[in-house]
Design a protein around this ligand. Structure first.
Ligand code: GDP
Ligand code: MN
Length: 398
């Protein structure tokens, strides 16, 4: 589960990391008021940042420094009325519904600091670079040596000597060293405490020297988190941060019924049981020249109600020009699928061609149900095997 930056910054602050204060706003007026308060408190600059579950905001123009109420209105209006397109969003971009307004800081240097699960090494790994900021992907590609990796002990987490070594390696100086060590240590604790799968601060900055901070100050000015969905049951603090408006509506509906659904770009809706069979169904559709509109695994023990919901989700996608049902009944009983097809025909109606291939448990009963429904569901075709089914549905949408 992803959370917004403003929520991530709260988590960082609670864990003792230094984060400039900020607030979340949802309108141009609120943004203006928040910026006015920041300027009135003696700050020369404020920063307005789009809150969406994607990065690359800086380059897309959705992170703006402002020095007046007027600039705040212009920036907030731009972000709330334009979709944000970045390399992380896809061409259609994302609607921006929330903004973060914070006091801006002066930056002497930008670092990258993150913890993620390194699957190849089977450990949580801290990743850091003295070349942080908006170009970290380019650094990883062109200058991989500039990216440091520290493996975290599964029980002890980040150990003090590791944090100190890393701070020196990254070039922190004087009082910065202990501040950086504190940031690393607390981030590692936070990562373990909440079963995160990603915790990223990019950039972690050092401010220019000042009278109060002769060595500058180490501050986190961006926060990106991802949490393990399977562990959310034991972290109410995190589960409460869930923002359904950032999720694909169909995927959310599917989740509620225990269905695995992923929307895709094609026009053939697929209803399949088992992830492996779903993958091969998509493969064979492609082999015969078609394009799947979704991946949908109804699982082994879905009820008639859940399968009917699955049809409702598939048929609500206006791009769908044909539907392929491919079920191998092991634990799943074919008659449940057949009943769900009939229920979906009553409740939603199949206006597009429907190709059904069923095999396995209770298939005889399922065939009987479908035969009786044939007069009613005029767009339905049955198929004898997977290739036959794929050919029929591809021909139907061609
Ligand atoms: P991202 O592009 O989505 O990762 O958004 P970030 O929060 O990382 O902001 C992008 C860039 O904007 C940062 O790398 C900084 O260079 C700049 N930026 C963000 N906040 C501030 C700030 O408070 N002061 C200054 N001077 N620059 C900032
Ligand atoms: Mn960033």
């Amino acid at each position: 589960m992803k959370v917004h930056e403003y929520q991530g910054r709260e988590l960082l602050a609670e864990a003792g990391l230094p984060v400039p204060a900020g607030s979340m706003v949802q309108t141009v007026d609120e943004a203006e008021q928040a910026v006015k308060a920041i300027l009135a408190a003696g700050n020369k600059l404020a920063v307005i940042k789009a809150q969406v579950h994607a990065g690359g905001r800086g380059k897309a123009g959705f992170v703006k420094l402002v020095k007046s109420a007027e600039e705040a209105r212009t920036a907030a209006k731009f972000m709330l009325t334009n979709r944000m397109v970045s390399p992380q969003t896809g061409p259609e971009g994302l609607e921006v519904k929330r903004l973060l307004v914070a006091a801006a800081v002066d930056i002497a240097k930008e670092y990258y600091l993150a913890i993620t699960v390194d699957r190849a090494a089977n450990t949580n790994t801290m990743i850091a670079s003295a070349e942080g900021g908006v170009e970290i992907e380019a650094v990883a590609e062109k200058n991989p040596d500039a990216i440091k990796k520290v493996r975290l002990h599964p029980l002890l987490g980040l150990q003090p000597f590791q944090a100190r070594d890393l701070a020196f390696e990254l070039g922190f100086k004087g009082k910065q060293v202990n501040q950086a060590v504190g940031v690393m240590t607390n981030l590692a604790k936070l990562f373990l405490k909440f079963d995160a799968s990603l915790a990223e601060i990019n950039p972690l900055v050092v401010t220019p020297p000042s009278q109060k901070h002769p060595d500058g100050e180490v501050l986190a000015i961006d926060a990106k988190f991802n949490f393990d969905d399977n562990a959310l049951f034991r972290h109410k603090r995190i589960a409460d941060l869930f923002d359904p408006s950032e999720e694909n509506a169909s995927e959310l509906r599917a989740n509620k019924f225990g269905l695995s659904y992923v929307a895709l770009d094609g026009n053939i809706g697929c209803l399949v049981n088992g992830a492996g069979l779903a993958m091969s169904t998509m493969d064979i559709i492609k082999l015969h020249g078609g394009e799947p509109a979704n991946f949908l695994d109804v699982g082994g023990s879905a009820t008639e109600e859940a399968v009917t919901e699955a049809f409702r989700i598939i048929l609500s996608d206006t791009a769908v020009k044909g539907v392929l049902v491919n079920i191998f009944g092991g634990i799943m009983q074919c008659d449940i699928i057949a009943r769900a097809i009939v229920a979906a025909a009553h409740q939603v109606g199949f206006k597009v061609p429907l190709v059904v291939r069923l095999e396995g448990t209770n298939v005889e009963e399922a065939r009987k149900i479908l035969n009786e429904a044939k007069r009613e569901i005029t767009t339905m075709h049955t198929a004898t095997n997977l290739t036959d089914a794929a050919k029929k549905v591809c021909a139907a949408v061609a």
